[in-house]
Ligand binder design. Sequence first.
Ligand code: BES
Ligand code: MN
Ligand code: ZN
Length: 495
Amino acid sequence: MQIIMETKPYASLETEAIVTPVFEADNPIQGRVAELDQNLGGLLKRLANAGELTGKSLEFTLLHAPGGLKAARLLLVGAGKREQFSAAVLRKIAGAALRSLKNKSLKNMAFLAAGVLPPAEEAQAFAEGMITADFETDKYKTDKKEKRVETVTLAGFPESEIRAAEKGLAAGKVIAESQNFTRDLVNEPSNKLTPRILAEKAEAMAKEAGLAVDILDEKKIAELKMGALLSVAQGSAEPPRVIVVTYTPANPKPGAPVIGLVGKAVTFDTGGISIKPADGMEKMKYDMAGGATMLGAIRALAALKPQVKVICVVPSTENMPGGRAQKPGDIQTAMSGKTIEVLNTDAEGRLILADAITYAKQLGVTHIVDAATLTGAIVVALANVNVGVFGSNQEFTDKLLASAKAAGEKMWQMPMDDEYREFIKGSFADIQNIGSGKGGGSITGAWFIREFAGDTPWIHLDIAGTAWNDDAKPWLAKGPTGVALRTLVHMVQTY
Ligand code: BES
Ligand code: MN
Ligand code: ZN
């Protein structure tokens, strides 16, 4: 799908459908909608009077052969109240319009800018909404629905705003395409995405994006004494990998941090010897979403070129109950030298992150963000709505939360009181990999990781509830969401 900007008056656009937002109000026939209504001889007014055109969010009204327009159809999309219009609303309505028209096998469409947000912001949100909505999970279907919208035109910006809008559009494209890169990885089943295959795909991405890449194989991982990662990997016939991708700015900002993006990439989590129930286990192919998010984020950053150095470290393994698998009670020595009592082999994400964080620090990162589908407990706490945010440094955490707001991603900070730290004190080793107290499962998981971050400012994003969409939304296919990528990109860009 290509997105182009058009300055011609919308009435002269030859397209299969023109889409315009309608704002909810006592009288929704205002501004451009009133203009269209005149051309349509008062039809929209009649629809509004009949209560069939209200502007309520995601209300769709499709008219054929609209008078006064060259377009074959006019789609009016409810955008909610004008005062509440935001980039997040625009992403949704634009995406929903695309999916709806795509379903009708349309090949092109034009969307009229709402003119409510600053032009760059509006164009960026538009591109993001369109490109993420266009993503399908039908890669392995042999009878793919060949429904593809080929061209989307963004129209309605005044001449004076075109330049700003073009910039926003370009950024939105890069970010959304990277988000889809992430979603594509997350969607891969574990037989098609082993740690070795993930490493190959990351390497190919890095080369294409002009990023430096280093893949640590099982030999190198052993040399580095990554005992925590190896303890998870030992149960599988597939060897582990650590993927390191580095973005170095041409002219780094003096005093800027070096950001470490560390992502959990368990390509399949059976739970190991502490095996998971069969029901729903297939979903555990998405247990590499954190790693895929970080790879997508650095892919976007390579194109956006912020003045901050970013090092992405992705530890990848399967978690399998093989004959050589680690067993509950086993004591492992992490790369940092800390000893870990593995009381539950299903709490494997924190083990692999421990060594990845130690390695990232060795590479010189000054600030760390990790993303992981870490706990079922975060789903209990925040459902599939908010990402759980944990941090060791409030200033850094506030920066991330501000970026989440700006990027329109819902995130909620969780507590990290010292009391929770007590839960993971080891009986027979330095620490244990699950909490001994009752409850607080995502907090004890976070504390475990924090032990390895030490004094380095650190944030942990638990995306177990938000990385996978169990039900399709009008603007998004069922499956991987690519959550947190936009926030991370925004954060790095605003240093
Ligand atoms: N990958 C899972 C977390 C998970 C669970 C994600 C459910 C999505 C849905 C993680 O490795 C895990 O198994 N965590 C355990 C930790 C427990 C053993 C302390 C969990 O949440 O049950
Ligand atoms: Mn697990
Ligand atoms: Zn897991």
